[in-house]
Write a protein that binds this ligand. Structure first.
Ligand code: ADP
Ligand code: ADP
Ligand code: MG
Length: 669
């Protein structure tokens, strides 16, 4: 076994690899860029080597710097994590030439599977079912149209070198092919430096289900069952689970067998993932193979009890797999949520900055539930613009799917992140979604269920009762604390005022509190909107998380002070609450409402980005759906279309200009 390994990565995955290495008694070396001097992975590792400037292309992506760091520290092997150098065959070869072991597959397998066109050919030859389509490079727009007509619509236009959901476009009819082809090609060129594009059938009502494989260097290969990753936004995974609520044992075995056959055909060793797209009839088609540890691997670890990083390290050290296919059992259910630094209310715009508060929920087992949080950040750390904006991967495990979802909802409600925008409200709202709870998924789920993006939903009467109770108890306890602090003559003996109106955004909820004291823990009977409830909580003023019971519901919510009130977040609802006396509420209702400016006659830039092109001219009449402009952000080209028929009055931006969010691009008459 190795004595020392280097982790050529950063963030949560570097920390995760270090944890296992440490448990195995292997010393660890971290590498870090200028931006990561104070990063968690650096602190966790036994040693750390600085490898250059913040830009990944000058640090984490430079193989020679990694090799130098190995030589300098005597690391015998390198774990690449995911992203960065994890799928670069040339990097494995360079390591091998120096006598350093790459903890992953051999260059041959990486090459064979690294390119989507090539890997599809390979899969075909290994009798793996692939998506029908044209397995070759598309030359130009005419070629793209001809091939698409032949395949039949809808089609998927894809970059052969693609990854991370980039360089991919659906065309539902011939008229969309040319633009899709141009966009996919230019994204491919910009993101991957390789503009080869191919076209395959778009599988309708698709589910993304992937098989985890594990192989050693002695020809043994097994699979560890599936993960379903159908909850995606723009072809990028958001929520993953294991097992899949859709597969039956027969399909699972068939997919597992094909995944193993493909892995064996490329002499695969280490952990890898064979991704399939599955249609509503349970037909499955090979998509691609990822020759690395996958972001969502923890859900497999939770249901199988197998540490994939440990297996990768053992295989790399030449050990035989100690597991046989029959030893692999999936028990219980695991769900993973990817917590990203992005603003769900503003089209998931990336958000960067300092984590002024970062209080994850406690990890570990409680009864039958396990909570696991893979993260690379801490309170006070910075989410920088240089790398993936992932804050953490929160996983829950329970005996049943419903239990795991319930636990995830609660964990999200108790997970406190401040200082940057993040997608917790969106994830929390997803956990309540009936279609998700029923497991009726397709990769179109988010686009279908949130067609206009995510907006905090207006709570119904039952949810309002919860929000009002949280806000009122927090406010009563705060007032009581203030009274005691200020050393004033006690204005009351701790007895609670009876009648309140809790304003929740624009709604007024009547609450009357029975006799009670503002003591900690708090307990009082109330009637909220006429409904009788007992409310108990151990909340203390200043706590971010409110835990307690409201009626027969266990509630975990978050409160944050805002001007003249309190923001309450719970299950994706976010509302500004104010506890008012009846007289104040009466006056409050008379206050004029501020009208937001009318932006309906403008095209606003939805994200900070670079104007690639403006497709219309002043005075031009446009039809709904017509392209108005193209804006590039985060290496994605976003086509901005007319929402309705209109005439362009004036154009306020030009190609090449970089715009901030909500900058006016054009105005309509
Ligand atoms: P997973 O299935 O593990 O989520 P993804 O395809 O979403 O895999 O990619 C995981 C990580 O690797 C992401 O951070 C993504 O940005 C990065 N990545 C994947 N493929 C590429 C690629 N070809 N080029 C650059 N980054 C990539
Ligand atoms: P990446 O390398 O970016 O992960 P994939 O080929 O794995 O690219 O595709 C990413 C996602 O795009 C899939 O999970 C799926 O949601 C969608 N997708 C890809 N190809 C198809 C297809 N032919 N039909 C339907 N959906 C597809
Ligand atoms: Mg993929």
């Amino acid at each position: 076994m190795f004595k020392k390994i280097l982790i050529a990565n950063r963030g949560e995955i570097a920390c995760r690899v270090i944890k296992t290495a440490r448990r195995m008694g292997i010393a660890t070396v971290a590498v870090y860029s200028d931006a990561d001097r104070d990063a968690l992975h650096v602190e966790m590792a036994d040693e750390a080597v600085h490898i250059g400037p913040a830009a990944a292309s000058e640090s984490y992506l430079v193989g020679d710097k990694i090799i130098d760091a190995c030589k300098q520290t005597g690391a015998q092997a390198v774990h690449p994590g995911y992203g960065f150098l994890s799928e670069r065959a040339s990097f494995c070869e360079a390591l091998e030439a120096e006598g350093i072991v790459f903890i992953g597959p051999k260059p041959k397998a990486i090459r064979a599977m690294g390119d989507k066109i090539e890997s599809k050919k390979f899969a075909n030859d290994a009798d793996v079912s692939t998506v029908p389509g044209f397995i070759g490079v598309i030359e130009d727009g005419d070629h793209a149209e001809a091939i698409s007509d032949e395949i039949g619509y809808p089609v998927m236009i894809k970059a052969s070198a693609g990854g991370g959901g980039k360089g991919m476009r659906i065309a539902h009819s011939r008229s969309e092919v040319r633009e899709g082809f141009d966009r996919a090609r230019s994204e491919a060129r910009n993101s991957f430096g390789d503009e080869r594009v191919f076209i395959e059938k778009f599988i309708v009502e698709p589910r993304h289900i992937e098989i985890q494989v594990l192989a050693d260097a002695h020809g043994n290969c097994i699979h560890l069952g599936e993960r379903e990753c159908s909850i995606q936004r723009r072809n990028q995974k958001v929520i993953e689970e294991a097992p899949s609520p859709f597969l039956d044992e027969k399909t699972r075995q068939a997919m597992g067998a094909q995944a193993v056959a493909l892995a064996q055909a490329v002499d695969y060793q280490s952990a890898g993932t064979v991704e399939f797209i599955v249609d509503s009839e349970k037909n499955f088609y090979f998509l691609e193979m990822n020759t690395r540890l996958q972001v969502e691997h923890p859900v497999t670890e939770l249901v199988t009890g197998i540490d994939l990083v440990e297996q990768m390290i053992r295989v790399a050290a030449g050990e035989r797999l100690a597991l046989k296919q029959d030893d692999v059992r999936m028990t219980g259910w695991a769900v993973e949520s990817r917590l990203y630094a992005e603003d769900p209310y503003r089209n998931f715009l990336p958000s960067i900055g300092r984590l002024t508060r970062y209080r994850p929920v406690p990890e570990g087992r409680q009864g039958e539930v396990i909570v696991r949080n893979d993260t690379g950040v801490f309170e006070g750390a910075e989410i920088s613009m240089f790398y993936d904006p992932m804050i953490a991967k929160l996983c829950t495990f329970a005996p049943t799917r419903a239990g795991a979802i319930e636990a995830m909802g609660e964990a999200l409600d108790g997970f406190v992140v401040d200082g940057i925008e993040h997608n917790i409200p969106f994830l929390a709202s997803l956990m309540r979604h009936p279609r998700w709870r029923d497991g009726r998924l397709t990769t179109g789920f988010i686009a279908e269920e949130y067609p206009d993006g995510f907006a905090s939903q207006r709570p119904g009467p039952e949810e309002q009762a919860v929000l009002a109770a949280v806000a009122l108890t927090a406010e009563l306890l705060r007032k009581d604390r203030l009274d005691r602090f200020s050393d004033r003559l006690a204005p009351h003996e701790g007895a609670l005022r009876r009648d309140w109106i809790v304003r929740l955004d624009d709604d007024y909820v009547e609450v009357s509190v029975d006799d009670g004291m503002a003591s900690i823990p708090f307990e009082a009977d109330m009637s909220i909107d006429g409904k009788r409830l007992t409310v108990t909580t151990d909340f203390r003023p200043g706590d971010a998380v409110w835990r307690g019971r409201i009626g027969n519901l266990a509630v975990t919510a978050q409160t944050r002070p805002v001007v003249n009130g309190l923001r309450v977040d719970w299950q994706g609802f976010s509302t500004v609450a104010r506890a008012l006396t009846p007289r104040l509420a009466e006056l409050d209702r008379l206050m004029p409402v501020k009208v937001p400016p009318d932006t309906s006659k403008m095209l606003l830039c939805p994200m900070p980005g670079l104007v690639v092109s403006i497709a219309v001219a002043e005075g031009q009449a446009v039809k709904a759906g017509e392209t108005l402009a193209v804006v590039e952000a985060m290496k994605m080209e976003n086509v901005l279309r007319a929402e309705r028929d209109a005439t362009v009055a004036s154009i306020k931006a030009e190609p090449g200009e970089s715009l901030s969010v909500d900058a006016v691009i054009m105005e309509f008459e």
